[in-house]
Design a protein around this ligand. Structure first.
Ligand code: KG4
Ligand code: ZN
Length: 332
Protein backbone atom coordinates (compact mmCIF):
# COMPACT_ATOMS: atom_id res chain seq x y z
CA UNK A 1 0.00 0.00 0.00
CA UNK A 2 1.63 3.23 -1.18
CA UNK A 3 -0.10 6.11 0.53
CA UNK A 4 0.22 9.87 0.07
CA UNK A 5 -0.96 11.97 3.03
CA UNK A 6 -1.77 15.66 3.17
CA UNK A 7 -2.13 17.95 6.20
CA UNK A 8 -3.40 21.54 5.90
CA UNK A 9 -5.55 22.17 8.98
CA UNK A 10 -3.73 25.21 10.36
CA UNK A 11 -0.39 26.85 9.55
CA UNK A 12 1.66 23.88 8.39
CA UNK A 13 1.47 22.57 4.83
CA UNK A 14 2.68 19.00 4.97
CA UNK A 15 2.83 15.91 2.78
CA UNK A 16 4.08 12.41 3.59
CA UNK A 17 4.48 9.09 1.84
CA UNK A 18 3.96 5.81 3.68
CA UNK A 19 4.56 2.38 2.21
CA UNK A 20 2.98 -0.59 4.02
CA UNK A 21 2.90 1.32 7.31
CA UNK A 22 6.50 2.56 7.02
CA UNK A 23 6.99 6.33 6.75
CA UNK A 24 9.22 7.16 3.77
CA UNK A 25 8.99 10.97 3.79
CA UNK A 26 7.40 13.70 5.89
CA UNK A 27 7.82 17.21 4.45
CA UNK A 28 6.61 20.13 6.56
CA UNK A 29 6.43 23.73 5.37
CA UNK A 30 5.74 26.09 8.27
CA UNK A 31 4.03 29.34 7.34
CA UNK A 32 6.13 32.17 8.73
CA UNK A 33 3.76 34.87 7.51
CA UNK A 34 1.69 34.70 10.74
CA UNK A 35 4.55 35.77 13.05
CA UNK A 36 4.10 39.46 12.33
CA UNK A 37 0.37 39.24 13.14
CA UNK A 38 0.81 37.54 16.51
CA UNK A 39 -1.37 34.56 15.57
CA UNK A 40 -2.66 32.54 12.65
CA UNK A 41 -4.62 34.66 10.14
CA UNK A 42 -7.03 32.20 8.44
CA UNK A 43 -7.08 33.87 5.02
CA UNK A 44 -3.28 34.13 4.91
CA UNK A 45 -3.07 30.46 5.93
CA UNK A 46 -5.28 29.42 3.00
CA UNK A 47 -3.21 31.41 0.52
CA UNK A 48 0.06 30.01 1.89
CA UNK A 49 -1.32 26.44 1.63
CA UNK A 50 -2.25 27.14 -2.00
CA UNK A 51 1.31 28.27 -2.74
CA UNK A 52 3.06 25.43 -0.92
CA UNK A 53 0.94 22.37 -1.55
CA UNK A 54 2.35 21.35 -4.95
CA UNK A 55 6.05 21.87 -4.02
CA UNK A 56 5.53 20.07 -0.69
CA UNK A 57 3.78 17.07 -2.30
CA UNK A 58 6.40 16.95 -5.06
CA UNK A 59 9.20 16.91 -2.49
CA UNK A 60 7.48 14.19 -0.41
CA UNK A 61 7.13 11.95 -3.49
CA UNK A 62 10.73 12.62 -4.58
CA UNK A 63 12.16 11.93 -1.13
CA UNK A 64 10.24 8.65 -0.94
CA UNK A 65 11.37 7.83 -4.48
CA UNK A 66 7.77 7.18 -5.53
CA UNK A 67 6.07 8.22 -8.76
CA UNK A 68 2.53 9.55 -8.31
CA UNK A 69 1.24 6.85 -10.65
CA UNK A 70 2.35 4.20 -8.14
CA UNK A 71 0.11 5.60 -5.36
CA UNK A 72 -2.75 3.39 -4.12
CA UNK A 73 -4.65 5.95 -2.00
CA UNK A 74 -4.56 9.52 -0.70
CA UNK A 75 -5.23 10.37 2.95
CA UNK A 76 -6.02 13.95 3.95
CA UNK A 77 -7.00 15.91 7.05
CA UNK A 78 -10.77 16.44 6.95
CA UNK A 79 -10.89 18.37 10.23
CA UNK A 80 -10.94 19.84 12.80
CA UNK A 81 -9.19 23.04 11.75
CA UNK A 82 -9.56 26.26 9.78
CA UNK A 83 -12.14 25.65 7.08
CA UNK A 84 -10.36 27.61 4.35
CA UNK A 85 -7.06 25.88 5.14
CA UNK A 86 -8.70 22.43 5.19
CA UNK A 87 -10.35 23.18 1.85
CA UNK A 88 -6.97 23.51 0.12
CA UNK A 89 -5.72 20.10 1.28
CA UNK A 90 -9.10 18.45 0.71
CA UNK A 91 -9.55 19.87 -2.81
CA UNK A 92 -6.00 18.96 -3.74
CA UNK A 93 -6.39 15.39 -2.42
CA UNK A 94 -9.73 14.98 -4.21
CA UNK A 95 -8.42 16.26 -7.55
CA UNK A 96 -5.29 14.12 -7.45
CA UNK A 97 -7.26 11.02 -6.40
CA UNK A 98 -9.74 11.65 -9.23
CA UNK A 99 -7.01 12.05 -11.83
CA UNK A 100 -5.17 8.92 -10.64
CA UNK A 101 -8.43 7.00 -10.14
CA UNK A 102 -7.49 5.93 -6.61
CA UNK A 103 -9.51 6.05 -3.36
CA UNK A 104 -9.46 8.74 -0.68
CA UNK A 105 -9.14 8.34 3.09
CA UNK A 106 -10.48 11.13 5.29
CA UNK A 107 -8.62 11.58 8.58
CA UNK A 108 -9.52 13.25 11.86
CA UNK A 109 -6.55 15.45 12.82
CA UNK A 110 -6.91 14.72 16.56
CA UNK A 111 -7.04 10.98 16.00
CA UNK A 112 -3.90 11.34 13.88
CA UNK A 113 -2.04 13.18 16.68
CA UNK A 114 -2.63 10.12 18.89
CA UNK A 115 -1.68 7.67 16.13
CA UNK A 116 1.65 9.48 15.62
CA UNK A 117 2.80 7.08 18.36
CA UNK A 118 2.66 4.21 15.88
CA UNK A 119 5.13 5.69 13.38
CA UNK A 120 8.18 4.60 15.35
CA UNK A 121 9.08 2.26 18.23
CA UNK A 122 8.42 2.07 21.13
CA UNK A 123 4.66 1.83 20.54
CA UNK A 124 1.99 1.67 23.23
CA UNK A 125 -0.42 -1.27 23.32
CA UNK A 126 -4.20 -0.82 23.46
CA UNK A 127 -5.86 0.43 25.58
CA UNK A 128 -3.84 3.43 26.78
CA UNK A 129 -4.41 7.03 27.80
CA UNK A 130 -3.25 9.92 25.61
CA UNK A 131 -2.97 13.54 26.69
CA UNK A 132 -3.41 15.49 23.44
CA UNK A 133 -2.25 19.07 23.86
CA UNK A 134 -2.10 21.52 20.98
CA UNK A 135 -2.93 25.07 19.96
CA UNK A 136 -6.57 24.16 19.44
CA UNK A 137 -7.20 21.23 21.79
CA UNK A 138 -6.53 19.84 25.24
CA UNK A 139 -7.96 16.37 25.62
CA UNK A 140 -7.56 13.22 27.68
CA UNK A 141 -8.27 10.45 25.20
CA UNK A 142 -8.95 6.85 26.13
CA UNK A 143 -7.52 4.94 23.18
CA UNK A 144 -9.29 1.57 22.87
CA UNK A 145 -7.89 0.81 19.43
CA UNK A 146 -6.45 2.71 16.47
CA UNK A 147 -9.89 3.71 15.27
CA UNK A 148 -11.84 3.67 18.52
CA UNK A 149 -11.06 6.58 20.84
CA UNK A 150 -13.10 8.34 23.50
CA UNK A 151 -12.50 11.81 24.93
CA UNK A 152 -12.84 11.41 28.73
CA UNK A 153 -11.81 14.97 29.61
CA UNK A 154 -11.21 18.20 27.71
CA UNK A 155 -10.85 21.92 28.01
CA UNK A 156 -14.06 23.86 28.47
CA UNK A 157 -12.54 27.03 27.04
CA UNK A 158 -8.98 27.74 25.78
CA UNK A 159 -6.49 25.08 24.73
CA UNK A 160 -3.24 24.87 26.70
CA UNK A 161 -1.25 25.85 23.56
CA UNK A 162 -3.33 29.02 23.41
CA UNK A 163 -2.44 29.75 27.05
CA UNK A 164 1.26 29.41 26.14
CA UNK A 165 0.88 31.57 23.02
CA UNK A 166 -1.21 34.28 24.70
CA UNK A 167 1.18 34.54 27.64
CA UNK A 168 4.04 34.86 25.17
CA UNK A 169 2.20 37.70 23.44
CA UNK A 170 1.70 39.50 26.79
CA UNK A 171 5.44 39.47 27.43
CA UNK A 172 6.30 40.60 23.92
CA UNK A 173 7.34 37.30 22.31
CA UNK A 174 6.34 36.55 18.68
CA UNK A 175 3.91 33.83 17.56
CA UNK A 176 4.04 30.89 18.18
CA UNK A 177 5.21 31.66 21.69
CA UNK A 178 5.07 28.13 23.17
CA UNK A 179 8.56 27.07 22.06
CA UNK A 180 10.02 30.44 23.17
CA UNK A 181 8.49 30.17 26.64
CA UNK A 182 9.92 26.65 26.84
CA UNK A 183 13.39 27.98 25.99
CA UNK A 184 13.30 30.94 28.40
CA UNK A 185 11.78 28.80 31.18
CA UNK A 186 14.97 26.72 31.29
CA UNK A 187 16.82 29.69 32.84
CA UNK A 188 14.05 30.80 35.18
CA UNK A 189 12.75 30.00 38.66
CA UNK A 190 9.45 28.11 38.31
CA UNK A 191 8.45 28.84 41.92
CA UNK A 192 8.94 32.61 41.81
CA UNK A 193 5.38 33.58 40.77
CA UNK A 194 2.84 30.93 41.73
CA UNK A 195 -0.41 31.09 39.74
CA UNK A 196 -2.67 28.84 41.76
CA UNK A 197 -6.23 28.55 40.52
CA UNK A 198 -9.30 26.49 41.16
CA UNK A 199 -10.02 23.75 38.71
CA UNK A 200 -12.85 22.19 36.70
CA UNK A 201 -14.68 19.22 38.18
CA UNK A 202 -13.92 15.72 36.91
CA UNK A 203 -11.38 15.31 34.14
CA UNK A 204 -12.06 18.59 32.33
CA UNK A 205 -9.66 21.51 32.04
CA UNK A 206 -10.00 25.29 31.93
CA UNK A 207 -7.23 27.65 30.83
CA UNK A 208 -9.05 30.95 30.45
CA UNK A 209 -8.76 31.80 34.18
CA UNK A 210 -4.99 31.46 34.31
CA UNK A 211 -4.66 33.58 31.18
CA UNK A 212 -6.58 36.42 32.88
CA UNK A 213 -4.65 35.92 36.14
CA UNK A 214 -1.35 36.33 34.25
CA UNK A 215 -2.66 39.46 32.49
CA UNK A 216 -3.76 41.12 35.77
CA UNK A 217 -0.53 40.10 37.50
CA UNK A 218 1.61 41.63 34.76
CA UNK A 219 -0.50 44.81 34.61
CA UNK A 220 -0.08 45.28 38.38
CA UNK A 221 3.67 44.64 38.38
CA UNK A 222 4.34 46.85 35.34
CA UNK A 223 2.52 49.73 37.09
CA UNK A 224 5.10 49.54 39.90
CA UNK A 225 8.06 48.85 37.63
CA UNK A 226 7.81 49.52 33.87
CA UNK A 227 10.79 47.20 33.29
CA UNK A 228 9.25 44.32 35.26
CA UNK A 229 8.70 42.05 32.25
CA UNK A 230 12.14 42.65 30.77
CA UNK A 231 13.87 42.09 34.13
CA UNK A 232 11.93 38.94 35.02
CA UNK A 233 11.20 37.28 31.67
CA UNK A 234 12.79 33.90 32.44
CA UNK A 235 11.11 33.63 35.87
CA UNK A 236 7.71 34.60 34.38
CA UNK A 237 8.09 31.93 31.66
CA UNK A 238 9.23 29.25 34.11
CA UNK A 239 6.39 30.06 36.54
CA UNK A 240 3.68 30.12 33.86
CA UNK A 241 4.97 26.91 32.30
CA UNK A 242 5.05 25.17 35.69
CA UNK A 243 1.46 26.23 36.46
CA UNK A 244 0.20 24.99 33.07
CA UNK A 245 2.04 21.67 33.43
CA UNK A 246 0.70 21.25 36.99
CA UNK A 247 -2.85 21.67 35.64
CA UNK A 248 -2.26 19.09 32.89
CA UNK A 249 -0.60 16.53 35.13
CA UNK A 250 -3.13 16.74 37.97
CA UNK A 251 -5.92 15.64 35.62
CA UNK A 252 -3.71 13.11 33.86
CA UNK A 253 -2.93 11.44 37.19
CA UNK A 254 -6.61 11.40 38.08
CA UNK A 255 -7.57 9.89 34.70
CA UNK A 256 -4.86 7.21 34.90
CA UNK A 257 -6.23 6.18 38.31
CA UNK A 258 -9.84 6.18 37.13
CA UNK A 259 -9.04 4.11 34.05
CA UNK A 260 -6.71 1.83 36.02
CA UNK A 261 -4.14 2.44 33.31
CA UNK A 262 -0.34 2.13 33.31
CA UNK A 263 0.51 3.47 29.84
CA UNK A 264 0.44 7.22 29.20
CA UNK A 265 1.19 8.92 25.89
CA UNK A 266 1.37 12.61 25.01
CA UNK A 267 0.62 14.11 21.61
CA UNK A 268 0.13 17.46 19.86
CA UNK A 269 2.28 20.57 19.59
CA UNK A 270 2.59 21.21 23.33
CA UNK A 271 3.99 17.68 23.82
CA UNK A 272 7.20 19.18 22.38
CA UNK A 273 7.51 21.14 25.66
CA UNK A 274 10.66 20.02 27.47
CA UNK A 275 9.20 20.76 30.91
CA UNK A 276 6.11 18.64 30.24
CA UNK A 277 8.20 15.80 28.82
CA UNK A 278 10.53 15.78 31.83
CA UNK A 279 7.78 16.06 34.45
CA UNK A 280 5.72 13.31 32.83
CA UNK A 281 8.76 11.02 32.78
CA UNK A 282 9.34 11.74 36.48
CA UNK A 283 5.71 11.08 37.31
CA UNK A 284 5.83 7.87 35.30
CA UNK A 285 8.90 6.63 37.19
CA UNK A 286 7.30 7.50 40.50
CA UNK A 287 3.94 5.86 39.73
CA UNK A 288 5.13 2.92 37.64
CA UNK A 289 3.73 4.11 34.32
CA UNK A 290 5.15 3.44 30.90
CA UNK A 291 5.53 6.87 29.28
CA UNK A 292 5.34 7.37 25.50
CA UNK A 293 6.68 10.62 24.09
CA UNK A 294 6.83 11.10 20.32
CA UNK A 295 9.87 12.44 18.44
CA UNK A 296 9.70 16.24 18.08
CA UNK A 297 8.91 16.03 14.36
CA UNK A 298 5.71 14.06 15.12
CA UNK A 299 4.49 16.37 17.93
CA UNK A 300 3.52 19.45 15.93
CA UNK A 301 1.33 19.22 12.83
CA UNK A 302 2.74 16.90 10.19
CA UNK A 303 1.41 14.65 7.43
CA UNK A 304 3.33 11.63 8.78
CA UNK A 305 0.66 11.23 11.44
CA UNK A 306 -2.08 11.63 8.80
CA UNK A 307 -0.40 8.85 6.82
CA UNK A 308 -0.32 6.63 9.93
CA UNK A 309 -4.04 7.19 10.55
CA UNK A 310 -4.66 6.64 6.83
CA UNK A 311 -2.81 3.34 7.01
CA UNK A 312 -5.00 2.08 9.87
CA UNK A 313 -8.15 3.20 8.04
CA UNK A 314 -7.04 1.54 4.80
CA UNK A 315 -6.42 -1.70 6.73
CA UNK A 316 -9.98 -1.44 8.04
CA UNK A 317 -11.32 -0.73 4.53
CA UNK A 318 -12.46 2.77 5.52
CA UNK A 319 -12.21 4.77 2.29
CA UNK A 320 -14.38 7.71 1.26
CA UNK A 321 -15.76 9.15 -1.96
CA UNK A 322 -15.41 12.44 -3.81
CA UNK A 323 -18.50 13.87 -2.06
CA UNK A 324 -16.62 14.28 1.24
CA UNK A 325 -16.17 17.87 2.49
CA UNK A 326 -13.94 19.34 5.22
CA UNK A 327 -15.22 19.92 8.76
CA UNK A 328 -14.05 22.83 10.92
CA UNK A 329 -15.37 20.90 13.93
CA UNK A 330 -14.90 17.16 13.91
CA UNK A 331 -15.16 15.20 17.15
CA UNK A 332 -13.33 11.92 17.69
O1 KG4 B 1 -0.35 20.51 17.16
P1 KG4 B 1 0.06 21.86 16.73
O2 KG4 B 1 1.25 22.00 15.81
O3 KG4 B 1 -1.12 22.61 15.99
C1 KG4 B 1 -2.43 22.51 16.42
O4 KG4 B 1 -3.08 21.52 16.01
O5 KG4 B 1 -2.81 23.41 17.19
O6 KG4 B 1 0.30 22.72 18.05
C2 KG4 B 1 0.73 24.06 18.02
C3 KG4 B 1 0.84 24.56 19.46
C4 KG4 B 1 1.11 26.06 19.56
O7 KG4 B 1 0.25 26.61 20.53
C5 KG4 B 1 2.57 26.11 20.03
O8 KG4 B 1 2.89 27.25 20.79
C6 KG4 B 1 2.63 24.86 20.88
O9 KG4 B 1 1.92 23.90 20.14
N1 KG4 B 1 4.02 24.41 21.10
C7 KG4 B 1 4.63 24.44 22.30
C8 KG4 B 1 5.95 23.97 22.09
N2 KG4 B 1 6.10 23.66 20.77
C9 KG4 B 1 4.89 23.94 20.17
N3 KG4 B 1 4.17 24.82 23.50
C10 KG4 B 1 5.02 24.73 24.53
N4 KG4 B 1 6.30 24.30 24.42
C11 KG4 B 1 6.81 23.91 23.24
N5 KG4 B 1 8.08 23.48 23.15
ZN1 ZN C 1 -2.45 19.62 15.57
Amino acid sequence: MKLLAIESSCDETSAAVMVDGVLKSNIISTQLIHTEWGGVVPELASRAHQKSIIPVVTEALQKANINKNELNAIAFTRGPGLLGALLIGTSFAKSLALSLNIPLIEVNHMQAHVLAHFIEDPKPTFPFLCLTVSGGHTQLVWVKSALDMEVIGETQDDAVGEAFDKTAKLIGLPYPGGPLIDKLAKEGNPNRFPFSLGEMPGLNFSFSGIKTAILYFLQKEVKNNPNFIEENKADICASVQKSLIDMLLRKTKKAMKEMNCTQIAIAGGVSANSGLRARLQEMGTELGWEVFIPAFSYCTDNAGMIAMAGHFKAEAGEFCGQEVSPLARYSL
